[in-house]
Each structure stands twice: as structure tokens, then as C-alpha cells.
Design a binder for this molecule. Structure first.
Ligand code: FES
Length: 283
């Protein structure tokens, strides 16, 4: 299975269909605020993994009830709940998918295909149960659970092996040693400008506003874009750094994500000033 998924990652033949679907998703979910909401920007955490808990939980519970006598009605309710809640979960997934890199989108297509088959089987299962054909409904339910389990396995590969929608910058913290690190003389730091420095080979950005200085990891949590090459923009009344690659924006006075496709906040490092020298350390 792992070898097969590695082949899918490299299957450039899927790109035509993938690019077309990406255009459809981006033009359908056009308002940026809607896309941000679906990415989980308002939560500061990707929304899709949270949304899938409802259908998966409902469908697994229904499968358990299907193995017990006299549980037709609650099993039908749970299949209905899972089927209805899978639709918004799929929309959040499609929105995330459209912002992935090519190799991730290829695997994401197979993940979506398996889940679409599963959703179709569960819709058939629900229809069968509602028309009194509970045996057919049970069979379709178990087939649906098999399909969405395959989809979950592929989703795990996408997240944990390929790093889709996981925070790409936080691992940088593991390369910073303990203790305070000197970064710059305060007297040399310009106001309201992005400056790039290194802490133990880890790139950070500095932004001075009055006597306050923000030190933030430079690598964008979305796909490692160079925030030091981004612009500072005022968004919702806060100075934010905007990633030059796909436009994610992070508040400079806290690191909160205010604009996707990143669903994760950016890491800020603590600071102090010693004898006029700006220092930083691990949080
Ligand atoms: S790398 Fe995609 S928004 Fe920064």
C-alpha cells in the first residue's frame, strides 16, 4: 500500500483532472472569507480534521448497532447523521485540497474518491433502511465503512507522510538550543520593517514597532514560504506579515493566522533587551 501511494504521489497523469477540479473549487469557493472559514483560520487550527469526526463517529457507531439485535432505528438515525455531516466535511476537505502542492493533490484526489464512494454507499444504505430493506442497508453500510476507512488511511498518508495542512514551521523550534540568543542591537533596528536574522541556523523575522519587537519563525506554516520576503499589511486593524507564496497572513503582535490558506498560527519567540541588545529564546 505504501509503495502504491508513493506511485500516486508521482502520477503526473492525474494532473489534468486535478488542475481542472482545482479551478472549479477555487471559482466556486471564491470569497476569501469563506475559504478562510473552511480552512479553519478563525479557529487557528485546520477545520477539516475536526469536521470528519462527526460522520466517522456516526458511521462506526451505526456499524456497531448493526451487529446488535433490535437496533434498526438508532442505526438508521446514525447513518443519516453521518451522511448529512459528511457533505460539509467534504467541502472543507476540498477547500484544503485546492491549496495543496501537486504531489499532495494527487494523493488527495484518491482520498476524495474513496470517500465519495463511501458517501454514495451510505446514501444508498440510508435509502434502503428508510424503505424497510434493512438487510440491504446493513450490507451497503459495511461496504461504505470499508471505503471510508480506505479514505482515512490515504488521508493519514497525506497528512503524516506528505505533511498536508500540518504546521510546516514548528519543527524549526527543535533546532534552536536552550538559553537566550542575541539577535541585534536595538539602536540598529529600523521601525516597521521586516528584518531576517538566524538563531542557530533557524531563520526568524524581526519587526519593530516603537520599543516592541516581534520575533517570529520565518518559515510559513503552510508550505514553508519565506515570510521575510513578504509584505507587511494592515488587516482588521493589525499589522500582519503576508506570505509571498500563497497569501497567508499572520498578526505580527501574536502570530495568529488571519488569512489562509494556512490553518495554523505562526510561532512567536519570547524576547528581552539586555544592554541594548535584542535577545530571544525558545517559548
Ligand atoms: S507557503 Fe503557502 S501561504 Fe505561505
Amino acid at each position: 500500500m505504501r509503495a502504491l501511494l508513493t506511485k500516486v504521489e508521482q502520477a503526473s497523469g492525474m494532473d489534468r483532472a486535478g488542475d481542472r477540479l482545482q479551478r472549479v473549487v477555487l471559482s466556486t469557493l471564491r470569497p476569501r472569507r469563506l475559504r478562510d472559514l473552511l480552512h479553519g483560520v478563525t479557529l487557528g487550527h485546520p477545520l477539516h480534521p475536526a469536521m470528519v469526526q462527526v460522520p466517522v463517529g456516526a458511521w462506526i457507531s451505526a456499524a456497531v448497532l448493526d451487529l446488535m439485535p433490535g437496533q434498526r432505528r438508532p442505526a438508521t438515525v446514525l447513518v443519516g447523521l453521518g451522511t448529512a455531516s459528511a457533505v460539509p466535511a467534504a467541502v472543507t476537505g476540498l477547500n484544503d485540497w485546492a491549496a495543496l502542492s501537486r504531489d499532495q493533490r494527487r494523493v488527495g484526489l484518491v482520498h476524495a474518491a474513496a470517500n465519495t464512494v463511501g458517501l454514495g454507499l451510505y446514501a444508498g444504505s440510508l435509502a434502503a433502511r428508510l424503505s424497510g430493506r434493512h438487510g440491504v442497508g446493513r450490507t451497503l453500510g459495511f461496504l461504505g465503512l470499508s471505503a471510508v476507512s480506505l479514505g482515512a488511511y490515504i488521508g493519514g498518508h497525506l497528512a503524516y507522510k506528505q505533511g498536508a495542512q500540518v504546521n510546516q514551521s514548528v519543527s524549526e523550534l527543535h533546532r534552536i538550543s536552550d538559553g537566550w540568543h542575541s539577535l541585534a542591537d536595538m539602536a540598529s533596528l529600523p521601525q516597521r520593517a521586516l528584518i531576517t536574522r538566524e538563531v542557530d541556523d533557524v531563520s526568524v523575522i524581526l519587526y519593530r514597532h516603537g520599543d516592541e519587537v516581534t520575533v517570529m519563525l520565518e518559515r510559513c506554516p503552510h508550505q514553508s514560504g519565506p515570510l521575510g520576503e513578504g509584505e507587511v499589511q494592515e488587516i482588521d486593524g493589525h499589522a500582519c506579515v503576508v506570505c509571498p507564496w500563497h497569501g497567508s497572513a499572520f498578526r505580527l503582535n501574536g502570530g495568529e493566522v488571519v488569512q489562509g490558506p494556512s490553518g495554523n498560527d505562526q510561532q512567536i519567540l519570547p524576547t528581552r533587551i539586555q544592554n541594548g541588545v535584542l535577545q530571544t529564546r525558545l517559548p
